[in-house]
Design a protein around this ligand. Structure first.
Ligand code: B12
Length: 287
């Protein structure tokens, strides 16, 4: 995938003249880099940022390495249909289609949080309902999980670079919790907000999480909880939360099992029902 566009390619991608692109660059609205030979070039992530910020229309998606779908339904922006299309592509094992869909939604201005809370979560929920009636259910579920991981990792590459010294966020899912997609989603959403993220993934002991947070000097620590914590782990959670609070690190908690956590001092602990809620709060911490 090309990482840079020439001013002419960017102009063609959004159907404007090359002189408009040069004007935006001169005004500082569009960041321009230079090739070794001194020619102007635009990072693909910067092109996408500009398109999103200005709600520009993409007339040549191929120049941004996004293929517009040919069949009727895929052109829609309606949530129900995006969800159905994602579900079909996940069931069919079409990793490229899923990756392309997420990227397309993002370029068209949908936030990473809205993509994850909306069509992607619902498509995975539906995948989870397949096994009673489809003997391929477990195979489909495992394959879809890996496609989501791949598509989200590629989506993250479209984000523009955060500030010079971005705040650090580290997190994962607790021990005995095998769910890899939700914690990656948190990481992707926080990257979209402007954090530098370190995703420790599924099955991460809470002690490792608190140690890593201290070592990295994290501002935010997240925990994605998909299943009920054992009594021992609930105690560990309360002690980890207290440690983080002493270090004035914010702990973001969410997931299907988050409502089952013990009540602890809530000053630095934020329990969210959705990534969009976390997105808004994480942004407010940066301003
Ligand atoms: C993939 C999957 C698996 C895979 C996971 C693979 C992997 N490496 O990740 C594997 C094979 C391990 C698995 C195993 C099992 N699974 Co399973 N699984 C699923 C499935 C289909 C998708 C999970 C997923 O990735 N969802 C997508 C994520 C993004 O959705 P989410 O978790 O809701 O997260 C959203 C929010 O909660 C929030 N969020 C999450 N974390 C955080 C954190 C923060 C900080 C914030 C702000 C927000 C937030 O944001 C997300 C986006 O909105 C679900 C179906 C479903 N409903 O999700 C079943 C499902 C969860 N599994 C289920 C079951 C029954 C099991 C097994 C018991 C099956 C078995 N008999 O062995 C085991 C148990 C494993 C265990 N040890 O706990 C049931 C659970 C039923 C229940 N009420 O508890 C479900 C609901 C399927 C079903 N309909 O029956 N599973």
């Amino acid at each position: 995938m090309t990482q840079f566009l020439s001013p002419r390619q960017f102009a063609e991608a959004i159907g404007v003249s090359e002189s408009s692109v040069r004007r935006w660059a001169d005004r500082g609205d569009l960041a321009i880099a230079r090739t070794a030979g001194g020619h102007r070039k635009i990072a693909r992530s910067e092109a996408i940022r500009f398109i999103r910020d200005h709600s520009a229309e993409v007339v040549r998606p191929d120049l941004l390495a996004i293929s517009e779908p040919t069949h009727r339904r895929a052109r829609t922006t309606a949530f129900a249909e995006q969800h159905a299309e994602l579900f079909e592509a996940l069931v069919a094992g079409e990793a490229d289609v899923v990756t392309n869909m997420l990227t397309r939604m993002y370029v068209h201005g949908v936030s990473a949080a809205a993509i994850c809370d909306g069509p992607l979560r619902h498509a995975m929920q539906e995948i989870g309902g397949l096994w009673p009636e489809d003997k391929r259910g477990i195979f489909l579920e495992h394959r879809a999980t890996n496609i989501c991981l791949e598509a989200l990792t590629t989506l993250r590459k479209q984000f523009s670079r955060p500030s010079a010294e971005p705040p650090i966020a580290v997190g994962g899912a607790p021990e005995k919790d095998p769910y890899a997609v939700p914690t990656l989603m948190v990481s992707v959403v926080l990257s979209d907000v402007g954090y530098e993220t370190v995703n420790l993934g599924a099955n991460t002991p809470l002690s490792v999480l608190t140690q890593s947070a201290a070592e990295l000097g994290a501002k935010v620590v997240w925990l994605s909880v998909s299943r009920k914590l054992t009594t021992t782990m609930q105690k560990e959670f309360a002690s980890a939360a207290a440690q983080l609070q002493r270090r004035r690190m914010h702990l973001f908690v969410g997931g299907r099992g988050a409502s089952l956590l013990p009540t602890v001092n809530r000053k630095y602990i934020h329990v969210f029902h959705a990534l969009s809620e976390m997105d808004a709060f994480a942004r407010s911490l940066l301003s």
